[in-house]
Design a protein around this ligand. Structure first.
Ligand SMILES: *[C@@H]1O[C@H](CO)[C@@H](O)[C@H](O)[C@H]1NC(C)=O
Ligand SMILES: *[C@@H]1O[C@H](CO)[C@@H](O)[C@H](O)[C@H]1NC(C)=O
Ligand SMILES: *[C@@H]1O[C@H](CO)[C@@H](O)[C@H](O)[C@H]1NC(C)=O
Ligand SMILES: *[C@@H]1O[C@H](CO)[C@@H](O)[C@H](O)[C@H]1NC(C)=O
Ligand SMILES: *[C@@H]1O[C@H](CO)[C@@H](O)[C@H](O)[C@H]1NC(C)=O
Ligand SMILES: *[C@@H]1O[C@H](CO)[C@@H](O)[C@H](O)[C@H]1NC(C)=O
Ligand SMILES: *[C@@H]1O[C@H](CO)[C@@H](O)[C@H](O)[C@H]1NC(C)=O
Ligand SMILES: *[C@@H]1O[C@H](CO)[C@@H](O)[C@H](O)[C@H]1NC(C)=O
Length: 780
């Protein structure tokens, strides 16, 4: 072998192993048969195998069975017994050609198989090994026979085979065979690798292969059973198991059909997983995946995210998956209008182990498909239905009745789903259902009552956009006393959440730990405080856009909550006004560690100072976006915090001055790890001086858009105790090139440095820094 050839082979085979072959290389024309592919030797072999088989079928059909026994004899003995083939020469020269070919190929197979490669393009030698080519070139034209006419010109030369008979192939090829015959052949292929190789021949073959149900594949045992009548002997039966597990999968040349596309494959939880997105999601691809992974037990998880509505995934692709992947556990279909009930029925019939099903924007799937799932997949634990306009009550009822392991249900935007469906689902799954999410459904108080009575195992409940639920429903739900295990409760945009509704819920959910109320515009201070008094277990309370809540509601909640409240978050609560009120006697909330008040424009210094008094144990403070607060609010808060603040976010609090940072450094420097002063334009170098002196634990310092200069950077860099990892100077236009040595010094510990919009720093300085601080990510 020439060293060049060896080289090429070495490179290409290792590239193949590493999966490095560029997709461009694979993108040769997708003929119904392209021999210039890796793995095609196997195809050649099988083409021939098929033709032998087919010939036999033909001969038997036309009552010329003389060929049969000898032909099948071939497969039972090793190829070395050439005499068998020769003995049939007189009977069928045509067939003989293939028999000869079969021998040559099968003898060469080991060599050809491993050396076959993409590099052999059109017109090149088909054989990699120079020594083999003399032996094998002769079959080149014969193989052409199987090209369908539309892809390649018919062969011009007649078959010349050792000067024997001349045979002109007029009628095209293997494709004239009825699918039934091909099907019979395919299901007798000995191993998964062979099936994969055949699948690479044409889309037609692929689809046919993918239509074979696992049970229909002749295993070594069934093949043996056929022996007496069909004369078929599977000589390779014992090898097949090895091939099944170890064989590499061929790669499709078509950009839409790749079997064994390793880049998409991750083993998660011990099973194979694929995610197809957009235009990659086609039936061909699914069929390829089904055939390609069948020998490894098929996929465990399949996610399809969108698909071309005109030529995307249809029932055919899903059926292929159903046949090839009997152990599918997770199926997720998003935004696919072309999949209908038949597809889902196939899945239900083929994949009984399905545990998680997620249907989103699948308008062509109706109750019929989901009913089949309910009837056939008893292990279903998670069901998500979103924007499926044809799924209604009936299937949900069935799911509740037939799936005893259902733990999680999420229904969103399904106009046909009503109380009847939700109610019967929840009541049947009463003792197992843990997570319930209901979003934008036309359901009423009836469903709430059912949840309250039957939600005995529910730990997570999310109710969003349920316009037809009233205060009465929430009252009934709370009084039903069924939600004893409820831990996390999120309510968004439900008009029924009023003071009375919330108060009753507090009584009905004694173990609630986390409550999120979003856009509850009918809830006021009284309800919130009453709730806080009732729920002693509450650990986290989050209020987003609850505009009737005021300052006294916040203070009242904090001073009346149980001893477990750790976190309070208020976001965009517009009802809060910064008024001075005479505080009644209150008890401090000693458990609160996390306080987050963001983008509440009315929340000012007075409110902050009061909150500070009520919460002496704060460690994490996020006041970002509070434009109205000044030193007058933050200083008392810092004073009253006894635990030591660990993280502080003052992003956007533009009226804060160096006094705040100085107090922070002095009082909390021993604990402070993160300080965000983004946009605090009054912060100057003085702050950096105190930080440099007092904050040995500080890791993240964000002084973007502050009034700091080179002097501040120099001070920071001189601090012996500082060990910064993140520093953001973005938009600090007074920091100039002079800071370069100091930044270089700071950079010894930095992992991230933001120099965006630092107009006084030149690009050459940044280049030098990038080079010197190679450990540090520099944004510029
Ligand atoms: C869907 O397929 C058609 C035909 O191949 C193509 O013209 C169209 O751009 C595709 N649409 C999307 C969204 O990929
Ligand atoms: C759903 O798919 C269609 C194409 O079939 C696409 O135009 C649309 O943007 C997708 N919608 C979402 C929400 O992804
Ligand atoms: C359901 O799960 C159980 C336990 O994991 C298993 O034994 C059983 O075979 C599964 N049922 C089906 C139909 O897969
Ligand atoms: C589902 O049940 C509700 C009553 O709970 C009913 O109004 C609605 O029409 C039902 N939907 C279908 C499709 O039957
Ligand atoms: C909601 O359900 C009620 C009956 O429960 C029905 O009268 C009404 O038309 C439904 N509304 C919508 C938008 O489907
Ligand atoms: C609420 O119910 C009324 C009548 O029962 C119905 O007309 C309306 O469409 C429902 N609203 C929603 C958002 O489903
Ligand atoms: C501080 O608040 C801003 C604005 O809300 C946010 O973008 C940022 O992530 C917060 N920083 C930290 C460290 O929490
Ligand atoms: C905060 O500063 C802005 C100007 O930067 C000023 O208009 C505003 O009155 C100040 N707010 C308070 C509460 O001092």
């Amino acid at each position: 072998m020439s060293s060049a050839a060896a080289n090429r082979l070495g490179i290409s085979s290792s590239a193949k192993r590493l999966g490095l072959l560029s997709s461009a290389k694979r993108k040769k024309a997708y003929g119904d048969l392209t021999l210039e592919r890796k793995g095609s030797s196997i195809i050649v072999l099988y083409l021939i195998f098929h033709v032998l088989f087919l010939l036999d079928l033909f001969f038997s059909v036309f009552n010329r069975g003389f060929f049969s026994e000898k032909l099948f004899g071939l497969f039972s003995c090793r190829p070395s017994s050439t005499t068998v083939g020769l003995s049939v020469v007189d009977h069928a020269a045509f067939g003989m050609l293939r028999i000869e070919t079969y021998f040559k190929l099968s003898m060469m197979l080991p060599l050809v198989t491993c050396q076959w490669d993409d590099d052999f393009g059109h017109g090149g030698s088909m054989y990699a090994h120079p020594m083999d080519s003399s032996l094998l070139l002769s079959i080149g034209p014969n193989v052409d026979v199987y090209f369908p006419p539309r892809k390649r010109s018919r062969i011009s030369a007649p078959f010349l085979f050792r000067g024997d008979k001349v045979e002109q192939q007029k009628q095209s090829s293997i494709e004239v065979l009825p699918d039934e015959c091909l099907f019979e052949i395919f299901r007798r292929l000995p191993g998964g690798q062979e099936r994969s190789a055949c699948a690479c021949v044409s889309k037609h073959w692929l689809i046919l292969l993918s239509s074979i149900h696992r049970a229909e594949i002749c295993s070594s045992r069934t093949t043996q059973c056929l022996k007496p009548e069909g004369g078929l002997v599977s000589d390779k039966a014992d090898e097949s198991s090895n091939l099944d597990t170890a064989g590499p999968l061929p790669v499709f040349n078509d950009d839409e059909a790749v079997c064994g596309d390793e880049d998409l494959e991750h083993e998660s939880d011990g099973y194979l997983s694929r995610c197809l997105e957009g235009k990659k999601a086609t039936d061909i691809r699914l069929a390829a995946i089904a055939v390609g992974t069948a020998s490894r037990g098929g996929l465990g998880k399949l996610l399809i995210r969108g698909s071309n509505s005109t030529r995307g995934v249809t029932n055919i692709g899903l059926s292929a998956i159903a046949r090839g992947c009997p152990s599918l556990r997770v199926l997720s279909l998003w935004n696919i209008s072309s999949i209908e009930d038949e597809g889902l029925v196939e899945i239900a019939n083929g994949c009984h182990m399905l545990e998680k099903l997620d249907l989103c924007q699948c308008p062509s799937i109706s109750d019929k498909g989901l009913l089949a799932i309910a009837d056939n997949c008893p292990n279903l634990t998670d069901l998500t239905i979103e924007s499926c306009s044809n799924i209604g009550n009936e299937s949900l009822q069935a799911i509740g009745r037939c799936c005893p392991n259902l733990q999680s249900i999420s229904i969103k935007h399904c106009p046909l789903v009503g109380d009847q469906g939700v109610g019967s689902l929840l009541s049947s799954a009463s003792y197992v259902l843990k997570r319930v999410k209901l979003h934008a459904l036309n359901i009423t108080d009836v469903s709430l009552a059912v949840i309250g009575h039957y939600g005995k195992a529910v730990t997570d409940l999310v109710l969003t956009g349920l316009q037809n639920m009233s205060e009465r429903g929430f009252w009934v739900m709370g009084n039903a006393q069924g939600l004893q295990k409820l831990k996390c409760f999120t309510i968004t945009s439900c008009r029924g959440v009023t003071d009375i509704g919330l108060e009753t819920m507090g009584k009905g959910c004694p173990n609630l730990k986390q409550l999120c109320l979003n856009k509850c515009s009918f809830l006021s201070d009284n309800g919130l405080v009453a709730f806080a008094k009732n729920v002693e277990s509450l650990e986290s309370l989050q209020l987003d856009e609850c505009n009737r809540i005021t300052q006294s509601g916040v203070i009242g909640t904090l001073s009346n909550c149980g001893a477990k409240l750790k976190a309070l978050s208020l976001v965009k609560c517009m009802g809060i006004k910064d008024i001075v009120v005479e505080l009644p006697l209150f008890s401090p909330c000693k458990s609160l560690q996390y306080l987050s008040i963001c983008n509440c424009p009315g929340f000012g210094s007075t409110s902050l100072a009061m909150v500070g008094k009520v919460c002496p144990q704060l460690q994490y403070v996020d006041l970002s976006g509070l434009l109205g607060i000044t030193d007058a609010g933050v200083l008392p808060l810092l004073d009253s915090c006894k635990a030591g603040i660990v993280k502080a976010n003052f992003s956007g609090c533009m009226n804060l001055t160096d006094a705040v940072v100085s107090a922070m450094a002095r009082l909390h420097g021993g604990t402070l790890q993160l300080l965000n002063l983004d946009g605090c334009r009054k912060i100057t170098d003085a702050s950096l001086v105190t930080i440099a002196d007092n904050c040995p634990l500080l890791r993240d310092l964000i002084v973007s858009k502050c009034a700091i200069t080179d002097f501040g950077i120099a001070t920071l860099s001189c601090s012996k105790q500082l060990d910064l990892q993140i520093l953001s100077l973005s938009g600090c236009s007074k920091v100039s090139d002079k800071s370069m040595p100091f930044l270089g010094k700071l950079g010894q510990t930095l992992l991230g440095l933001n120099l965006q919009h630092c107009n006084s720093i030149s690009s050459s300085t940044i280049e030098v820094l990038v080079e010197r601080l190679w450990r540090c990510d520099i944004l510029s």
